[in-house]
Design a protein around this ligand. Sequence first.
Ligand code: ACO
Length: 484
Amino acid sequence: MGVARAKTQARRPVPRFVISVDIKVLKLLFREGVEVPGVQLWMKGQGKTMDNDTLTITDNRTKQTYTIPIYRGTVHATDLRQIKTDPGDFGLMTYDPAFMNTASCHSAITYLDGDKGILRYRGYPIEQLAEKCTFLEVAYLLLNGELPTAHQLELWSGEVMSHTMTHENVKKFMDGFHHDAHPMGVLISTVAALSTFYPDARNVTDADCRRRQVVRLIGKMPTLAAYAYRHRLGMPYVYPDPELSYTKNYMNMLWKRTEPKYAANPVLSHALEVLFILHADHEQNCSTSAMRAVGSSHADPFVTTAAAIAALSGPLHGGANEEVLRMLDEIGSKDHISEFIKHVKSGERKLMGFGHRVYKNYDPRARIVKQVAEEVFEVTGRNPKIDIALDLERIALSDEYFIKRRLYPNVDFYSGIIYQAMGFTPDQFTVLFGIPRTVGWLAQWQEMMQDPDTKIARPRQVYVGEEARDFVPITLRDRELASA
Ligand code: ACO
């Protein structure tokens, strides 16, 4: 984890007051040498390196030697372009199809050390935030860089809650979905559709405009999710209640029936707050990378967020929480665990909710989720799947296959069991991931939009197809095939 180590060594000072500056203005100020506290310092930091922080490479094809600067544990891939066999050569590229060892951006939002099992938002350990904060407090932190004062939190919560309402037409197209439409498909579509209600959102280079869309998205996400939930059950939609907290309002929209006032269980709403905090950001994962890649084209934040939700829905990413429950159902009882593990080890199956690209030690979020599960079961009664899951974890963690590959439970392993105990069906689980992760996506999008290094994401490829060849008329193609 060279990049992660370098980050701790040379962390840039976080400005006391985080200001949103238009990227064009920022670049102009930088060119003109105007001092903007914090920002200027960071931009200067983008410059190369000290003299001895270099990498010397000898190209054995040409015997030529190159010296490339190292910056915060990384070399710039474009610096390799000077390595050529002849002047007509395009230059050396790196090949990294899954971004296994490629830093795609600078970020000051989330720090994680996969070897040590550390996760921090803006420097604060996830354990402390989960214990002491509300979700909207953490959302403020992720977006602004600092925890809010009591007054700031009051203003921020009021602002988000005042944006929970959606246009009435949203209900009409929600009604158009089939009763068994997957909630993630519904969420992707309705979030994208919000773009048509807010044409101003296209003005992505305007900092004030960007902020307006951020609040709209965070406010409306639970409303869309709850509408999708009730549509499925054939129940009338419940309008948001801005007097309630973020999670209690969500629970009200989900579960209010004929009672005059729905009272959310405080243990369950607290559990949701904690789960939302744990899911709020996780640096450059698949969906966040999708958010940054799509956002880099200056698409509006609604369609960009829809793309991130689509990435999240996959079973190798956020969709794993749903798959874990299906897997536990299939295993059925503790007696069948050994048989299931055999199938995993032979490569026929995957142990869903296990393994992580970055965590090669215990996922710190899984540890907290396990504690929350016990609190929730005090209210809902014990979900019997927890016992299968605990045994599955115990058996897997003592098995050479999992030890050798450093496979541990990830955040998705236990979260679904809690959600099911609370009354959600498995196809809702990934939606419960998407609501809080919207904050992280938007914080990362904002950061990208203000980063002077940002350009449209456009990877290179290694072409392995046919060389140039002449067109064959359709009447001659049979003959060509026959002679091949
Ligand atoms: N069950 C069984 N074997 C596994 C698992 C698993 N869950 N995860 C990884 N492995 C094995 C692989 O088969 C591979 O074995 P090999 O070396 O013999 O070929 C080895 O461990 C390394 O795995 P990779 O697939 O190379 O790891 P990668 O970093 O590419 O994948 C991923 C990470 C996608 C999370 C993977 O562990 C996985 O599919 N897990 C199950 C799905 C899941 O829980 N996803 C949620 C992740 S957390 C999140 O996104 C919120």
